[in-house]
Write a protein that binds this ligand. Sequence first.
Ligand code: HSE
Length: 323
Amino acid sequence: MSAARHPAPAIARAFAPATVANVGCGFDILGFAVAAPGDEVIARRCETPSVTIACITGDGGQLPREASANTAGAAALALLAHLGDPTGIELELHKHMPLGSGLGSSAASAVAAVVAVNALLGKPLARNELLPFALAGERVSCGPGAVHADNVAPALLGGFVLVRGYAPLDVVPLPAPDGLYCALALPDLEVRTLDARSILPRSIPLRDAVTQWGNVAGLVAGLLLADHALIARSLRDVVVEPVRATLIPGFDEVKRAALAAGALGCGISGACPTMFALSDAEATAARAGAAMRAAFLAEGVDCALYISGVNRAGAQVLPPDAK
Ligand code: HSE
């Protein structure tokens, strides 16, 4: 159902968080949002019809400035086309996370764009109705054959999200226990999602499939039952991780360090190279994160670190002058 129209402001600003897609075993079907980092988009009305990218910061000049080729621009264009709205809109995109890091950078930009544009237009759509347009933006960065919703859905909705199916898109927000914390270790490497997908197997042995769907079901059940031990047993990926781990120097050492520090589980965030560790307390997450960072540094790889609770709020409209 569409939301009731609100008064349309002259400017709207939105934040969308980074996300941990896959959550180990749930390739392309599970993800969760973290509190930080995240991207911001500011949308303004302008005389020029359609969507214009006025400026991008934080991307080192790497992202396309052409709206239709940019995830934020393409998402905004898809939303305007759906609404049949002729308003000319100018976007500022402020990136606060590295590209190609496995944190759902393109998804955060696309989600922040649709949330900002929807707010600028007086919120004609409810939040969950924005998902297909954010996904249209994501498609620009990953290509039509590789589109996945396990970043955009949690970036938009917050919390843990299951993508039950793609045809049609069926997204299920999952309750999760309070007090889960995530350590994100971002090694100073860039891996393009397309490259990280191109190395994946096209078929898998049935016994691996059985292990994998047991873990996916176990993880979902563990979240619903608030069963930390079950979550820990299920945070295992026998399909994608063994292949992508080869792209991350020190993967085994980093994972061992996180588990030794008490994390429930540790794996690859999204398409890599960021590694995540989930813990049942903030202090444990901080210990796990420090141990992961030390393990990367011992490999000669510099590493940034974020410790964050699970972000249940998802994307947010911000006051235009928020710091
Ligand atoms: N599920 C996607 C992948 C996430 O692993 O390729 C990319 O961010």
